[in-house]
Design a protein around this ligand. Structure first.
Ligand code: COS
Length: 382
């Protein structure tokens, strides 16, 4: 077993760290306070290959592996959680699914624009009444005699929905078939029949715009189907497996930022005549933070490695996401506690890390869904 990274992986990590520390972190407070979408920074990340890390160069990407993706995501998330959410959706949920299931024309048209940072992508699975139970969706795509589809319905909690040019949409084409009646479509948001609802006010990752979207007699051509008709659920699940590696990496980045700020604070802050880092209660927290952070990173790198081997990685991705998101919640919680009043104040970024971390236990499969996936894989029972 080799724990070292390649020169290329380290170079990408370095590029991501530089952009995150020089451009993203300094504006994170502004983006969090205003909720302003960080378009310029997203373009910059795209120009540097960070919006299509695993996308081959022929489609405008960096042509790198899932390990490089983890390393870069961690750096961007350490700069700001909201930026890493946008990056994760573009890389994992948008480009990944099209690369795996798309036609050559779809790869050229949709992947290139997002990988090069010229446009923003989104992924629309969740609906107002269906989240974890994805097969309960009501959005309908009705096939016409000429092979095209007419789409009607609502999708909610769409990350980058307010700004996305293209969306991977999941709609029911055959409700009698349940999971096997769902089809994936490529949506162009400039076409008639596509509407955006209000932007969601959120606890954290506030600059990653989120909204409801609605389809009213949206016409999708036969060539807009992604993969095959009826394969949508499996496409969504496969894409979410990859997405969970991204969210695990995001959780690690947010947690690392909180951990590093805490290390600095416990060295400087004095109480009862000594640095608080010399107190055993603080030391125990520091040790536990570091163990959880390293465990999360190693599990996430393992999931990325299995993905890179071309094997099924659903279980490893669920284990990584569950471990990393719960670690991030615990670490940011302890970081706020150690900082005391300063942790609770908006003068320091600790309270933002705490708010940003929470979503990693919810989106792309809640912690409860990750436990369900892991237990099903381990026991073989349903
Ligand atoms: N990769 C590929 N195929 C998968 C898969 C995966 N990760 N997970 C399931 N499938 C396939 C199954 O093999 C099955 O195929 P067959 O019909 O050929 O047997 C089919 O999909 C249905 O699978 P299953 O019966 O396990 O589906 P369930 O309805 O029981 O749902 C859960 C399984 C709950 C795990 C799934 O719905 C899920 O992950 N939900 C969370 C969704 C989510 O993350 N939402 C957040 C939206 S993005 S913010």
């Amino acid at each position: 077993m080799d724990f070292s990274f390649t020169e290329e992986q380290l170079m990408l990590q370095d590029v991501a760290r530089r952009i995150a520390q020089e451009k993203i972190a300094p504006s994170a407070e502004h983006h969090d306070r205003t909720g302003e979408f960080p378009l310029d920074n997203i373009r910059l990340l795209g120009e540097n290959g960070l919006m299509g890390i695993e996308v081959p160069a022929e489609y405008g990407g960096a042509g790198m592996d899932p390990i490089a993706y983890v390393l870069a995501m961690v750096e961007v998330a350490a700069g700001d959680g909201a930026h890493s959410t946008i990056m994760s959706v573009n890389n994992s949920l948008f480009c990944n699914g099209i690369l795996t299931h798309g036609s050559e024309a779809q790869k050229q048209k949709y992947v290139r624009a997002i990988a090069e940072g010229e446009a923003i992508g989104a992924f629309a699975l969740t609906e107002p009444q269906s989240g974890s139970d994805a097969t309960a969706m009501r959005c309908r795509a009705v096939k016409q005699a000429d092979g095209s589809f007419v789409i009607n319905g609502k999708k909610s909690w769409i990350t980058s929905g307010p700004v996305a040019k293209y969306i991977v949409l999941f709609a029911m084409t055959d409700p009698d078939q349940g999971a096997r009646g769902i089809t994936a479509f490529m949506i162009d948001t400039d076409k008639p029949g596509f509407h955006r609802g209000k932007t969601e006010p959120k606890l954290g990752i506030r600059a990653s715009a989120t909204c409801e979207i609605e389809f009213q007699d949206y016409q999708a051509a036969a060539e807009d189907v992604l993969g095959k008709e009826g394969e949508g659920f499996k496409i969504a699940m496969g894409v979410l497996d990859a997405g969970r590696i991204g969210i695990a990496s995001q959780a690690i980045g947010i947690a690392r930022a909180a951990y590093e700020a805490t290390l600095e604070y416990v060295r400087d802050r004095k109480a009862f005549g000594a640095a608080i880092g010399t107190f055993q209660m603080t030391q125990a927290k520091i040790a536990d933070m570091k163990c959880k952070l390293d465990a999360a990173l190693l599990l996430t790198l393992r999931a990325a490695w299995v993905k890179g081997q071309g094997k099924r990685f659903s279980n490893e991705a669920a284990i990584a996401k569950l471990t990393a998101s719960e670690a991030a919640m615990w670490i940011t919680h302890q970081a706020v506690q150690i900082h005391g009043g300063m942790g609770y104040s908006k003068e320091m970024p600790l309270e933002r890390y705490f708010r940003d971390a929470k979503i990693t236990e919810i989106y792309e499969g809640t912690s409860e869904i990750q436990r369900l996936v892991i237990a099903r894989n381990e026991t073989g029972l349903r």
